[in-house]
Design a protein around this ligand. Structure first.
Ligand code: BGC
Length: 457
């Protein structure tokens, strides 16, 4: 087995830069919560307009995801990430210069397009660049960046809020966009994509920089060659029941991630803390920062264990923790939060919930969704699952306040708790374990009709 020069370091550097797309995703999601009040004041925006300003990014993200399949297939993963960095930079600048709510809404739709493209392309690129033994860890770095982005946004919101500088809050995001553009410029293109567009020598050259031995490089290339010969392209693949099955699995996995209820806490943490009896604005602020911090820290659990324990055990544990903690939050609300102890227990449980998400469904659903599709249908599959993620994100975000008003706090939390428990069964029954298996092997199993929960064998 001939050895190639140390690829591990290169792989980590490549992954870190590509994962910056997650940072922008997180910054953008997080920044608006702090800026909203000041924007509303300057533009005299009522509730409806404020909601539109917040959710414009989600609409843009769905559009971005839908076009990124075509972009990444035609122009490659790398150039698609570069496009998203340019849109991020332009959108951040324009949103800081907005002169009306209408302009801000339009610009935030554009920013959403960049978020959508990034959330599609980065995990896909990472999965195709990674050696199989550390693939889960490297894709999880993308989620780590998302959580760091959210935390940084919470912190900068808190810091800049003293002077109400919302234009700076939004405009400052130009800096990470430029950094990402400059970093990604120097990255190699994905070997899988190069292979797909018949630039096989270049694919071999890139793989040689990323793998430890020549035999690993050759095995991956042979796997791609065999798989490509057997299949038709993108939409035509939908005629194949095995492909349809896995597309459906991707949809269900992303629905599960969003219906854990995570974004309810992301978007409405201050309100939940307020309802639980932490009344002061500073209390709200610091607990929100704490939410962001726990979200970052617990992601390291996934990074450490996703390639050792595997995807399914981590997810099963995460759903259990989320189900139980949300159930207890619901119980505390129904008991009425009569003492400080009750209140702190409820808040503690909410933080346990965040940790449960961050160590499991946060990163691992993205990991699975970038691993399960065959190469020729990967753009289409990831487009569909990522669009599902954003659509469900919008549904959860826009219905939570109504749920609270109609069902009350306790029942709303019971509802999310119950869903998490149901997800354990769906996971165990249908999801595959993909730890340590090459993408080519997963594809071979899937397309030869093996049951979904066994395609990683
Ligand atoms: C989810 C987002 C969520 C974030 C929180 C991501 O994996 O897709 O919807 O806001 O995690 O960390």
């Amino acid at each position: 087995m001939s050895e190639l020069p140390k690829p591990q370091f290169t792989v980590y550097v490549v992954a870190l830069i590509a994962a910056l797309a997650g940072l922008l995703f997180g910054l953008d999601i997080g920044v608006i919560s702090g800026a909203r009040v000041f924007i509303a004041h300057d533009f005299h925006a009522g509730d409806g307009v404020q909601e539109a300003i917040v959710s414009a990014v989600l609409i843009g993200a769905v559009i971005g995801t839908l076009i990124s399949g075509v972009l990444s297939r035609k122009f490659g993963r790398k150039r698609t990430i570069l496009v998203s960095a340019v849109i991020f930079a332009a959108g951040s600048l324009l949103s800081a210069l907005s002169i009306s709510s209408a302009m801000l809404i339009a610009v935030r739709i554009l920013l959403g397009v960049a978020v959508g493209i990034a959330s599609f392309t980065a995990p896909l690129y990472l999965s195709e660049m990674s050696p199989r033994k550390i693939r889960g860890r490297l894709i999880s770095m993308y989620q780590l960046m998302i959580t760091i982005g959210i935390l940084l946004a919470f912190l900068s919101d808190t810091w800049l809020s003293y002077g109400g500088h919302w234009r700076i809050m939004l405009g400052i995001l130009v800096i990470p966009s430029v950094v990402m553009f400059a970093g990604v410029w120097f990255l190699p293109e994905s070997p899988c994509w190069l292979f797909l567009v018949d630039r096989k020598d270049k694919a071999r050259e890139v793989l040689s920089r990323l793998r430890a031995t020549i035999s690993e490089v050759e095995a991956e290339l042979t796997g791609m060659e065999e798989n490509l010969q057997q299949q038709s392209n993108g939409f035509k693949l939908l005629a194949n029941p095995n492909f349809r099955k896995v597309v459906f699995l991707g949809i269900v996995l992303q629905m599960m991630q969003q219906f854990t209820g995570m974004n309810v806490v992301m978007y409405y943490a201050p309100k939940i803390f307020h309802d639980a009896g932490i009344a002061s604005a500073t209390g709200d602020m610091w607990t929100t920062v704490l939410v962001g911090l726990i979200n970052v820290l617990a992601t390291f659990i996934a990074i450490a264990f996703v390639d050792k324990m595997g995807r399914k055990p981590i997810l099963a544990l995460g759903f259990t923790i989320m189900g139980v903690s949300l159930g207890l939050v619901g119980m505390m609300f129904s008991l009425g939060m009569t003492s400080a102890l009750h209140r702190y227990f409820a808040i503690g449980m909410l933080l346990v919930f965040i940790a449960g998400f961050a160590m499991s469904a946060g990163p691992v659903i993205w990991v699975l969704c970038s691993e399960i599709y065959p190469l020729k249908g990967r753009d289409l599959g990831v487009t569909i699952s990522t669009a599902t993620n954003w659509l469900c994100n919008a549904v959860v975000g826009s219905t939570f306040l109504t749920l609270l008003a109609d069902f009350g706090d306790a029942h709303t939390f019971y509802l999310f708790a119950g869903m998490n428990i149901v997800f354990i069964f769906i996971l165990l029954r249908f999801a595959p374990e993909t730890k340590g298996v090459s993408l080519e092997q997963i594809e071979k199993n899937l397309m030869s009709g093996v049951a979904l929960n066994r395609i990683g064998k």
